[in-house]
Write a protein that binds this ligand. Structure first.
Ligand SMILES: O=C(O)CCC(=O)C(=O)O
Ligand SMILES: [Fe+2]
Length: 370
């Protein structure tokens, strides 16, 4: 990792003040006009309130089936009566688990409406990032949500954060993280109909690449289909069992049509490994391990394909220094975005960024109190 910009005590103060003042930001979320008003802290952070990122593109897929194996002792799950033995063994062996119809259509309507309001700029969410596909960015005029391929970091929006705190979801999350749960990373993905350049694909990757906290086995993603999602509109694709491997080297794929910003992919995974296409109905939810190799396909339909997700970690997790590791590239890219947004160098660590982003869901949180 590049020695983080200049040592700037001012920003450190601002960032830690924001952590302490996170309640204030959470309250201000419901009042769009509250953003950017008042004191110096808000003024400085205003630059990071909501970022817009334009992108460039792409991945692929095939199919296979995942098996259930008898795996003892358990490593990837914790003791919790919520999972049946069969479910537990399936996750241990494959690194993912689909629960049908977990989130109600009513809840998904609320999130869809909120997403529309955010895209129309009726609501501004502190800390949130809005991402656009290059195919959309280059269009002369694209209204509202059709311009947005993904929103990230909505932890400070109480309407969307409701998803992360849903008891029906968190009850499963605890089977992987344990009882202390922190929402670390949130996304609502609005995969656009592909422009023909295959920019809607997401390269095969491991989410741990983005995370400077461990242990990996106490991190889990909850990903919910907000509509019917199949191969046509670009469902998730996973390689069962790859969660048992290591974090591999990620970089931008060298695709002809370009690659979406921060869509790093694994260049050297074994292409003969069987892939599973996760076709899901509205409300179906997949829980998966951060080392599981996955991606999503081209959206060949005419509509936008929506999913909502949250990555959770144990409140007992710890941050790591990614300097000198394969994660240094993504850390540098994130510093660069912050530097550009603020228009100057700042003194923060990669862990500081995550401390600011994350929001506790339940139990104790020693991760962010140290
Ligand atoms: O296309 C999707 O919904 C999956 C995206 C994904 O895996 C990610 O953003 O990490
Ligand atoms: Fe992912």
């Amino acid at each position: 990792m590049t020695p983080i910009l200049n040592r700037n005590p001012e920003f450190r103060f601002v960032l830690s003040a924001c952590l302490v003042a996170s309640e204030l930001f959470i309250m201000s979320v419901t009042n769009a006009n509250a953003v950017g008003t008042g004191n110096r802290l808000k003024t400085i952070f205003g630059h990071l309130q909501q970022q817009e990122i334009s992108s460039y593109v792409t991945p692929h897929v095939t199919s296979a089936s995942a098996g259930v194996a008898d795996t003892l002792p358990f490593k990837y799950t914790v003791d919790n009566p919520k999972l049946t033995l069969e479910q537990r063994q399936f996750y241990e062996e494959n690194g993912f688990l689909v629960i049908k119809k977990l989130v109600s259509p009513q809840k998904l309507d609320l999130y869809r409406n909120r997403f529309t309001a955010i895209c129309k700029k009726e609501v501004i969410v502190p800390g949130m990032t809005i991402m656009r596909d290059i195919a959309i960015k280059d269009s002369e005029f694209v209204p509202g949500e059709q311009a947005v391929t993904k929103i990230q970091d909505f932890q400070r929006d109480d309407v969307l954060f409701d998803y992360c705190a849903l008891p029906e979801v968190v009850e499963y999350v605890e089977c992987f993280t344990g009882p202390d749960v922190i929402a670390m990373h949130t996304m609502l993905i609005n995969k656009p109909p592909d422009s023909g350049k295959m920019t809607s694909r997401h390269p095969m990757h491991q989410d741990l690449h983005y995370f400077p906290f461990r242990p990996a086995d106490r991190i889990v993603c909850s990903w919910t289909a907000m509509q019917k999602i199949n191969r046509e509109n670009g469902c998730l694709v996973v390689i069962p069992g790859t969660h048992k491997g290591e974090l591999l080297v990620h970089e931008y794929p060298k695709w002809e049509g370009g690659v979406n910003k921060m869509y790093h992919g694994i260049q050297n995974y074994d292409p003969s490994q069987s892939r599973v296409h996760l076709e899901m109905e509205e409300g179906d939810t997949v829980f998966f391990h951060p080392i599981l190799i996955h991606g999503s396909g081209t959206n060949r339909s005419k509509g936008f394909r929506k999913s909502i997700s949250c990555h959770y970690a144990s409140g007992q997790a710890h941050y790591i220094d990614v300097k000198g590791t394969e994660q240094e590239t993504i850390a540098d890219e994130i510093y660069e975005i912050i530097r550009r947004k603020l228009g100057r160098d700042v003194d923060i660590t990669f862990a500081d960024v995550w401390k600011y982003k994350s929001r506790p869901v339940k139990g104790e949180n020693t991760l962010n109190s140290t």
